[in-house]
Ligand binder design. Structure first.
Ligand code: ADP
Length: 448
């Protein structure tokens, strides 16, 4: 097992990884930007190195500085967390060539799955259902029109290198297709440095359901059930839960098997997530693979009792999983709310600032993964998530009640947060019922 791991990240996920290291008897090395001198991940780590000025491009994305910190501290492995360099195949390759173990899949697997058109082709080869659409990248408006004739409208144009919900265009007619194709491609070039786009049928009222996968370096692959992330705003997830209110045993087994088959086809190792859309008839379609730990991994941890971060570390150290699919059982119901420093009354405008009071909830079945404390100043340079509140209870209604209780206790002063928004949403009859909303739910509700 490793003696020392460097964490190339910040905020709650850096803290989460430090905690996993300490429980395993591993020393944790933090890196931080000048904006994060007073951050908790710096305090909790065994060693910490400043890697540059506040902008991420000069610090948390600064590969030479991170590798240097790793060499100075003698860390044997790097955990990238999520965001920043987590899905950067080049970074994984640099680590490999410096003899530093990258805690994640190989750079080849990241490369193959990071390109969405390529990942979709791989899914098809693995026999995973995909949304009907173009055969890979679409190169011209004429070709786009041909695909449209085949699959019909509405359709969605997606950037092959896309991410974070950007570079997508929904199209309803031939007339708008030409324009949309050109702008989508130009936007993809501008945002991701790659103009390639592909086309698929637009699923009208989908649920977002994803499968957590664990794969070791000895060919063992299992899944840890699903997470329902249908509650989103602008393609950003707000609430995640497991199990999904719309998934039964049969659908779980089918989606789980599909995700494992895809992981096998891609030569995948470590923790990963296969995202699917589920349509109104309960049919599921591959969407993309996230080749890293996700923000919402905690709901799966509470429902299965498996520590996903520790598993990533064990897998990277070459240990066999030692678990079979039969060992995995989802217990009770788990819900996570992402608490952001945003003002829900002003269109979710980010509001960084100093938390003059930070008093997280506790009690039975409540977990808070955060990185704040009273007097902590949230830097404006990074994302706006302050904490995740995760609750575990015997069934969905009890979990909703427990979350309302926990959010009622959570006191943050000095900045605006999305806590009041979550408390209203959790009481919405459609959310309470659980089965009848789609990914458009929040936006439809807010526009009333
Ligand atoms: P990104 O990598 O940018 O997050 P995804 O492929 O994961 O992009 O898609 C993000 C969101 O866009 C999905 O959660 C879903 O709401 C919507 N979406 C993507 N593809 C389709 C589709 N074929 N039909 C309907 N909605 C889609």
């Amino acid at each position: 097992m490793f003696q020392k791991i460097l964490i190339a990240n910040r905020g709650e996920i850096a803290l989460r990884i430090i905690r996993a290291c300490h429980e395993m008897g591993i020393k944790a090395v933090a890196v931080y930007s000048e904006a994060d001198r007073n951050a908790l991940h710096v305090k909790y780590a065994d060693e910490a190195y400043c890697i540059g000025p506040p902008p991420a491009a000069q610090s948390y994305l600064n590969i030479p500085q991170i590798i240097a910190a790793c060499e100075i501290s003698d860390a044997e492995a790097i955990h990238p967390g999520y965001g920043f360099l987590a899905e950067n195949a080049h970074f994984a390759e640099v680590c490999e060539s410096c003899n530093i173990k990258f805690i994640g899949p190989t750079h080849r697997a990241i490369e193959q799955l990071g390109d969405k058109a390529n990942a979709k082709a791989l899914a098809k080869r693995a026999g995973v259902p995909t949304v009907p659409g173009s055969d890979g990248v679409v190169k011209s408006v004429d070709e786009a029109l041909r695909v449209a004739r085949e699959i019909g409208y509405p359709l969605i144009i997606k950037a092959s290198a896309g991410g974070g919900g950007r570079g997508m265009r929904v199209v309803h007619t031939d007339i708008s297709l030409q324009n949309a194709f050109n702008t989508a491609s130009a936007e993809a070039e501008a945002c991701f440095g790659n103009p390639a786009v592909y086309i698929e049928k637009y699923i009208a009222e989908p649920r977002h359901v994803e499968i957590q996968v664990l794969a070791d370096e000895h060919g063992n692959i299992i899944h840890l059930g699903e997470r329902d992330c249908t509650v989103q705003r602008r393609h950003q997830k707000l609430i995640e839960e497991t199990p999904s209110p719309i998934v039964n045993e049969e659908l779980r087994a089918a989606m789980g098997a599909a995700a494992c088959n895809l992981a096998r086809e891609a030569g995948y190792t470590s923790a990963g997530t296969v995202e699917f859309l589920v349509d109104e008839n309960g049919k599921f379609y591959f969407m993309e693979v996230n080749t890293r730990v996700q923000v919402e991994h905690c709901v799966t941890e509470l429902a299965t009792g498996i520590d996903i971060i520790q598993r990533q570390i064990m897998i990277a150290a070459g240990e066999p999983l030692g678990l079979t699919q039969g060992d995995i059982k989802l217990q009770g119901w788990t819900i996570e709310c992402r608490i952001n420093a945003e003002d829900p009354d002003r269109n979710f405008m980010p509001c960084p600032g100093t938390m003059t009071m930070y008093l997280p909830p506790g009690g039975p079945g409540v977990r808070v993964d955060g990185a704040g404390y009273t007097g902590y100043r949230i830097p404006p340079n990074y994302d706006s998530m302050v904490a995740k509140v995760i609750v575990h209870a015997r069934d969905r209604i009890s979990a909703i009640r427990r979350m309302l209780r926990a959010l009622g206790e959570f006191q943050i002063e000095g900045i605006k947060t999305t806590i009041p928004f979550h408390r209203n949403l959790l009481k919405h009859p459609a959310f309470v019922r659980g089965t009848r909303y789609s990914t458009h739910f929040v936006e439809e509700w807010l526009s009333r």
